[in-house]
Design a protein around this ligand. Structure first.
Ligand code: SF4
Length: 90
């Protein structure tokens, strides 16, 4: 069945994600205001984890497919993903 296959595939790559655990908060902005330099530092730390992640491509494909609007996915922030999607689809 297609739905179960999709869910299983999603769950499989997520279980191998390098961002599981206490550093998950690095991947999303805080609920309060974040200064530009704090955001840049947080995102750089998150992206460094992504570049070591064994499922980076699956993660990025998922984010692009569902249009994740926030956070670092597959080593890219929302602005970078939007630019990639715009370049891919014209
Ligand atoms: S690529 Fe980054 S955000 Fe995606 S699962 Fe891996 S560590 Fe997490």
């Amino acid at each position: 069945m297609t739905v179960n296959t999709t869910v299983n595939t999603l769950e499989q790559w997520r279980t191998r994600a390098a961002c599981r655990g206490p550093e998950t908060s690095l991947f999303f902005p805080p609920s309060n205001t974040e200064r530009r330099e704090d955001r840049e530092l947080r995102e750089a730390r998150a992206k460094a984890i992504c570049w070591q992640c064994p499922v980076r491509i699956e993660c990025l494909e998922h984010a692009l497919h569902v249009g994740e609007a926030h956070g670092i996915w597959g080593g890219l922030n929302e602005h970078e993903r939007r630019g990639l999607a715009d370049a891919s689809y014209g």
